[in-house]
Design a protein. Sequence first.
Length: 744
Amino acid sequence: MAEPQHFLAQIIAQHKAEGRYGGRVVTRFPPEPNGYLHIGHSKSISLNFGLAAQFGGVCHLRYDDTNPETEEQEYVSSILEAVNWLGFDPGDKVFYASDYFGQLFDYANLLIRKGLAYVCELTEEETRAYRGTVTEPGRPSPFRERSVADNLDLFARMQAGEFPEGKMVLRAKIDMASPNMKMRDPLLYRIKFASHYRTGTRWKVYPFYDFAHCLSDAIEKITHSICTLEFENNRELYDWIVEACEIVDPPRQYEFARLNLTWTVMSKRRFIQLVEQKLVDGWDDPRMPTLFGLRRRGVTPSALRSFCDRVGVAKANSVVEVELLENTIRDDLNPVAPRAMAVLRPLKFTLTNWPAGRVEQIDAPLYPPESGRSESRQLALGSHVYIESTDFAEVPPPGWKRLVPGSEVRLRHGPVVRCDEVVRDGDRVVELRGRVDLDTLGGRAPEGRKVKGIVHWVGHDAVPVEARLYDRLIRVEFPTAENFMEELNPRSLEVLSALGEPLLAGAAGHFQFERTGYFFRDPTFADRPVYNRVVGLKEGYAVEDRKPEAEARKPEVPQVVGQARALDDAAESRRVALVARGVTEAAARTLAVDEALVTLFEQVAALSRPEVAANFVANVVLGEARAAGVEIAALDGARVGRVVALLEAGTLGQPQAKRVLAAVVREGADPDEVVRREGLSKVTDPAVLGPMVDAVVSRHTSEAERYRAGQVQLLGFFVGQVLKQSGGKADAAVVNELLRARLG
């Protein structure tokens, strides 16, 4: 069993050691089916199912369906689908609070018979007035001393439908002077005549959350009722109800900090507003932070689970920077997403000296080196290509390294070209013309010349692709409920008629559009290839290299999201020095803002290549340190460097490196000891991996047949299945070779 990593795991571990609850561990995820789940729920789902798995227990999925006016079967189905998609299966442990309406009604009558509950006829306004304030005690209701017989009779008649809604409620009789406002005779039941989606019109009274929730836990024999901090004051009432209802070996409530993200609203009420006012394209709009919206956008379940791990479990509320989520998504997609080129804003470039009728096939890698996969794709180069219009400037800004009239650039994976002529339609540039240096085909360097710029392109065989560029739905870092509608970002979606490599027309899933970002083919469009941008290649993707005149036509939006912050002189000096050492611009900007980050980078770079060290520190270490609340200056650079060295040497894969890093950051652990202790070394022995490969192929016979029939892109599917079976420890290159031999 894994060692406890946070306070909730430590509590459960202690209880297991003490034999509490007979050694059982039963958690639950209790959503109300009145909307679709959002990213905040992913933390609760991962925590509850994760703790149950860690300690050999079970996790229940229980629908808190006690409000017939807002709940629907649609939401019930969507919740189970979302939980399954995230990677968790409750199996036969799916329950409903509505299953317990009869038992809850009996418990309410028990409280009445014990003199601990009464029927109250105060109006809602009067009830609030009688409750008092945080500095003044409340006053008892004039109906508080009704006899047990009268209360039993009235409660039965409430259920029989004899009284209108709002006429009466059932309240607990506790303490109107309690400093905890929740204990001042809280409401237990109200009258509702709405039809319930499961029980119809059988019930005329429905329990409130505080009453139904704790007793549902008790009925299901939950051991650890884990909820977010806003229910901390409810814990006293939770304990009072289960004790008053004479529950044996009752569950206990524990609170953790909910997930709050910058630039993000997580409110079902706001989501419903957006959907009903058609400000978004439904609950699964890729701009929405719902799990279905994230899924349609292309965020993977593994990225969300990894994000929840990075955020950690805390006792105090805080706000997590959305950049941590974006970096996690990049880390998840980068090793596995095939590469392709797409031109989002095409500009034709005619090669005036290209030999008539000649088509050159250029071999380009389909996957990044770290994937361990060697497949390639063919790029057809003919008499004209299309480049990004933003890669050309007649009057370039300082430091411009792309195309200008009279200058040269290299086409990515291809030859060097020079712009000789600009063709206009009025003020608009519609075509470029120039020469290609045929001697530079095959990646050869131009003799006697240095070409700085590289631009991506597509050839004459490019296919139309719709590219949807999603930006943050909210344009302020810390949204406010009262100004929600004014804080919406009017530029949260840009739809472009793009051109892409031919493979994009028939493919599905994820791609990295080279030099542009990670994209996902939207499965809701069967008639044409529509690709959603999941995330850019680096932070600040929302601000692109657009021409000044085009930018001027856009509406002015204050506080544009993703804009890179200006560096002060000292930070700029550090950035320049980092770039000079081969560090990417994105990583250099991230590191340069903090001298402690640069110092850590130097320590790590002493044990690995500078570019690898910089990317790991900027994109992995920084996020892990923030999640753990550890200062960068407190990290042991030699130990972090050892993690990177193990990764670079191939001893660890990315997932294992992150696990080892977490131990280094949070515990100051020795990386080699963590690798030995947890058995994290990459598995390279074909004798060990062979049976895994055979098992995967045997389980997926239809996919194997399709692969042998020519759908070679399915090789990535099989590699992924073997990696999953090995817990991510299998060497992808070895698995690749074994699969090729096994599949024929």
